[in-house]
Design a protein around this ligand. Structure first.
Ligand SMILES: [Fe+2]
Length: 365
């Protein structure tokens, strides 16, 4: 931003998060989709070692991603921070140590497919245990939101408060406990060795043979879920506020993105692991499995399940949209533009996959 007022350009901070990423000296990626986080170009990362990049996807600064690579036999310098982070292992194997100041360290070993929660403001350090392969990690965080809120990096990265109500040495099985199913589609745990094979619950409301498990990890406020569209099926379109990030973790398919009423000029993004889609506010998005086997996704989204903040994830309400679960927020199979299903049938035919959707006049949508 440029302004004629004397000194204004020095005074005005457009985004403390963007200023932070600049200071980190690594790339910032924008847009509403990235083709592959596994091969994304990263920059040398002086603060912690290794390489890194950040995202600002979906034209928002609440949730963001941090992609990190540790060289063979390498390690990152330890850090702690007042934002939440959930780590997914995209490539390689290694270990994390996590601890509160003055307490014994917890050690967790991981390899590709693992999902690990970093408890709020706890110290953590990551190690690559392979001698010849780099490991690549993905952190889903609310760093952008927190850094913009407090705009003081000492407060964010050098804060002495210990959230021992969330994590402490008095919880020795914090990362080894097998977790707890609280309800249908709702699971609480702090570590999952491989989310690519984690058991999900049926979710017929979003499509034929669609399954989901919502996750609550380390008492965090970040919402998460794992979702899968079975072979020969796709998920109905829906929309909500910006901030959700859907990372493909298994299978192959494509995503459609379009603003309400603009199906005809929709954007199509081909996806393989580890593509990410982060729709803008109100942008309809729809997941299609066009390959063999399941099409599985990890989503960082909305509000936490245990400590949610109402339904603020649905800010797109208008006078006629008072119910966030109303039809206007999703498009049933029967109501969608017919060209969407035609296109899908064509994709399956090309890949020699059998359609496994109910005929439209019998479908539940
Ligand atoms: Fe969504």
């Amino acid at each position: 931003m440029s302004d004629a007022r004397p000194g204004f350009d020095e005074w005005y901070v457009k985004s403390s998060y963007q200023a932070f990423v600049k200071r980190e000296g690594v790339p910032l990626y924008e847009g509403s989709a990235l083709e592959n986080l596994g091969t994304l170009e990263l920059g040398d990362w002086e603060r912690r070692g290794g390489k890194a990049a950040y995202t600002r996807l979906g034209e928002q600064e609440n949730y963001s991603l941090q992609i990190v690579e540790i060289p063979p036999k390498g390690e990152l310098k330890p850090e702690h921070h007042i934002y939440e982070a959930i780590m997914y292992v995209m490539q390689g194997r290694g270990a994390s140590t996590l601890w509160q100041p003055g307490e014994k360290k917890h050690t967790v070993e991981w390899e590709e497919g693992a999902l690990l929660s970093i408890p709020l403001n706890a110290w953590h350090q990551e190690f690559n245990s392979s001698g010849d392969e780099p490991c690549r990690l993905l952190f889903g965080t609310n760093a952008a939101h927190v850094i913009n809120l407090y705009h003081n990096l000492d407060f964010v990265f050098d804060n002495p408060y210990s959230f021992t109500d969330r994590f402490s040495v008095s919880m020795p099985d914090f990362f080894t406990d097998e977790g707890r199913q609280w309800n249908l589609r709702l699971f609480e745990t702090n570590f999952i060795p491989d989310i690519r094979t984690f058991r999900l619950d049926p979710y017929p409301e979003r499509g034929n043979r669609t399954a989901i498990m919502r996750l609550s990890m380390a008492s965090c406020s970040i919402g998460m879920h794992i979702m899968e569209a079975s072979e020969g099926t796709y998920v109905t379109a829906h929309r909500h506020g910006a901030g959700a990030h859907v990372v493909v973790i298994g299978g192959e398919g494509y995503e459609l993105l379009f603003m309400p009423g603009q199906e005809k000029s929709r954007r199509k993004v081909r996806t393989v692991p580890y593509a990410v889609v982060a729709p803008r506010t109100n942008e309809f998005h729809q997941h299609f499995n066009s390959g063999k086997g399941g099409y599985r996704m990890l989503a960082f989204r909305g509000t936490g399940l245990r400590y949610g903040s109402g339904r603020s994830f649905h800010p797109a309400r208008t006078a006629q949209d008072t119910d966030p679960f109303a039809e206007s927020f999703k498009i049933r199979y029967e109501k969608e533009d017919p060209s969407i299903r035609e296109e899908y049938y064509g994709e399956l035919e090309k890949n020699d996959v059998t359609v496994r959707l109910e005929p439209l006049d019998q479908g539940r949508g």
